[in-house]
Design a protein around this ligand. Structure first.
Ligand code: ADE
Length: 250
């Protein structure tokens, strides 16, 4: 069971995504519990102001600290321990190991969605939070990143995917990209599926898939093969594959 809170100026970006497909099913099965909080509900002026101009001048608006602290206090006052995440392009990169870690987190994961030009720095200074980025590009806000992180994490919660092996076999779990998949029809616009997949020889199929995953990775993301901590385990299969293919690996 993964428990999350999303603090956002745009709850309507979050809610419809939670109401579809796997995230919806995870919610219905009691494996994902997400509470969405509108940051405006934690403002105190009559205009419900959540942002303001930056001190020192310059373009854009900055999210005010008070509503964010109040929203976090409100979540904390529910009594459960929390893990605070600020979505930000300045954060540590979100990758599969962190997705897995989130799926095993027993505290509520509270996503504070940044917006506009930034968040008042005292949010970082005054709250014990972790800053996480979903990639080296700048989005207009942290709502999509919060959804991306919940989606990537919930796949690892036991019972969310029909087949518990699915999460394991996919790209990146073994730091390799996935092997190619085919479904019916066996011939489509003159394109056939590989014979081995209909051979009934499970060992041969496993072998073929392992090699294809390696080739796929070599072709599309060779950087993954040299990942520290992975380079060693990839060395032998790569060498074998090279020998088998007469030195041709692409
Ligand atoms: N907010 C804006 N850009 C972001 C990114 N790349 N990751 C997380 N939060 C963000």
């Amino acid at each position: 069971m993964m428990k999350c809170d999303v603090i956002t100026l745009f709850p309507e970006i979050i809610r419809p995504v939670l109401a579809q497909s796997m995230l919806k099913r995870a919610g219905e099965k009691g494996l994902l519990d997400v509470r969405v909080h509108n940051l405006r509900d934690f403002t105190e002026d009559k205009h419900r102001t959540a942002d303001d101009h930056p001190y020192g001048g310059g373009a854009g608006m900055v999210l005010k600290p008070e509503p964010i602290f109040r929203a976090v206090d409100a979540v904390r006052s529910q009594g459960e321990p929390v893990r605070l995440i600020l979505t930000s392009p300045q954060g540590r990169l979100f990758t599969q190991p962190l997705a897995f870690e989130f799926s095993r987190e027993t505290r509520r994961i509270v996503f504070i969605c940044g917006r506009y030009e930034g968040v008042d720095e005292r949010v970082r200074e005054g709250l014990d939070l972790e800053e996480v980025s979903i990639g080296d590009y700048v989005l207009t806000g942290g709502e999509l990143p919060a959804l991306v992180m919940m989606d990537a994490a919930v796949r690892w919660v036991p019972g969310v995917l029909g087949d518990p092996e699915s999460a394991n076999e996919d790209s990146f779990s073994g730091a390799l990209l996935d092997y190619p998949h085919y479904t019916r029809p066996a011939t489509f616009r003159g394109l056939n599926i590989p014979d081995v997949l209909t051979s009934g020889n499970h060992e041969a199929i496993r072998d073929w898939r392992r090699k294809q995953a390696l080739l796929n990775t070599l072709k599309k993301r060779p950087d993954l093969l040299n990942h520290p901590g992975r380079a060693e385990e990839n060395r032998k299969p790569l060498k074998d594959l090279g020998k088998e293919r007469g030195g041709k690996l692409s």
